[in-house]
Design a protein around this ligand. Structure first.
Ligand code: NAD
Ligand code: ZN
Ligand code: ZN
Length: 345
């Protein structure tokens, strides 16, 4: 490889395996920075992106990956927000306009002009990433790149989702899906003083949930998980966080919600789910979507990791194994998270 090129995994056709390519290292424009990637987590969202699962499709070719962590190696004209050598993360919320009603209310995640890393902008499955210095995550000293990677999407999404559930210390939170997001959600919830029930379809993931401190675990594919959870929690969970990329988990999660509780939807399988209107209305249940987290949520989520209260479980893999990682993630064979290690060959 010459010094002007980089290895990258590229979606060239939606629904097809990624192509491993050698591409020119992008040049920084005014206001941009160039990040040399050290590590990038693989999120289930990268599968949805590569498959074109959602109503607004990404345009090909693009480089997925929105858990990229690296060092700032070049500054475009006018950049003062970060310095050369800073360790930053290039997240899903790649940039926002900064002046619409949502940005002004510090809800930049729903800005209509937001750009998304690894979706509308090239992401972290590459040795270099162009980024907007105003929206990169600041990685605290002492947190390694690989430890930080799963926090900047999976971690912040769960942390924000738990806050949005309104569940208070001592109350129950039910976490449906114990994969990349869910295994971190359990740890955030415990650190926030909640009691945790975990739900998955895989007994291995449920055993992991118990080891992480979930008091109750339920296999969603057997018996009567809703009835069992409602009985064990004395009427359902105060907060429910659905991370599972499966529509059946959404219907089930609403039924697990306690009267006046909140069911937070974060999983993004394509499609719709039926909502039992009478139960939702008569029990005053809130159903709420939650999308990653703001820059302030990001700083808070990273602080939990830097303090050692939350630690991602991950397996390191080289970029060249990306299609195998995608296959395993699709079929539920990744125990927690895979992080692509750019130090590896
Ligand atoms: P993952 O594949 O690592 O984990 C999914 C887990 O759900 C697995 O453990 C799987 O066994 C479990 N599962 C599957 N079917 C289930 C069911 N019916 N009931 C309970 N558990 C079930 O995926 P991930 O990286 O954690 O991402 C999960 C979802 O969250 C994806 O749809 C992703 O796009 C979405 N996501 C949303 C946001 C957001 O901002 N809202 C952010 C990141 C990811
Ligand atoms: Zn993600
Ligand atoms: Zn905006």
């Amino acid at each position: 490889m010459t010094t002007n090129t980089m290895h990258a995994a590229v979606v060239e056709t939606l629904g097809q395996p990624l192509a491993l390519r050698e591409l020119p290292i992008p040049a920084v424009g005014p206001g941009q920075i160039l990040v040399k990637t050290e590590a990038c987590g693989v999120c289930h969202t990268d599968l949805h992106a590569a498959h074109g699962d959602w109503p607004v499709k990404p345009s090909v070719p693009f480089i997925p990956g929105h858990e990229g962590i690296g060092l700032v190696v070049a500054l475009g004209e006018g950049v003062t927000a970060v310095k050369l050598g800073d360790r930053v993360g290039v997240p899903w919320l790649f940039s926002a306009c900064g002046h619409c009603e949502h940005c002004l209310a510090a809800w930049e995640t729903v800005c209509g002009e937001a750009q998304f890393g690894g979706y509308t902008r090239n992401g972290g499955f590459a040795e270099y990433i162009l980024a907007d210095p105003n929206y990169v995550a600041r990685i605290p000293a002492g947190l390694s790149a690989a430890d930080a990677a799963p926090i900047i999407c999976a971690g912040v999404t769960c942390y924000k989702g738990i806050k949005e559930s309104g569940a208070k210390p001592g109350q129950w939170i039910a976490i449906s899906g114990v994969g990349g997001l869910g295994h971190l959600a359990i740890q955030y919830a415990l650190a926030m003083g909640l009691r945790v029930c975990a739900i998955d379809v895989d007994d291995g993931k449920l055993a992991h949930a118990s080891r992480l401190g979930a008091e109750l675990v339920f296999n969603a594919s057997r018996g009567d998980p809703v009835g069992d959870l409602r009985l064990a929690t004395g009427g359902g969970a105060h907060g429910v966080l659905i991370t599972a990329p499966s529509l059946s988990a959404f219907h089930q999660g609403v039924a697990m919600t306690r009267k006046r509780g909140t069911c937070v939807l974060v999983g993004l399988p394509p499609g719709e789910f039926p909502t039992p209107l009478f139960d939702v209305v008569a029990n005053c249940i809130t159903i709420r979507g939650s999308f990653v987290g703001t820059r302030q949520d990001m700083a808070e989520a990273l602080a939990f990791a830097a303090a050692g209260k939350v630690k991602a479980d991950y397996e390191l893999q080289p970029l060249s194994s990306i299609n195998n990682v995608f296959d395993r993630l699709q079929s539920g064979r990744v125990p927690s998270r895979v992080v692509i290690d750019f130090g590896a060959a």
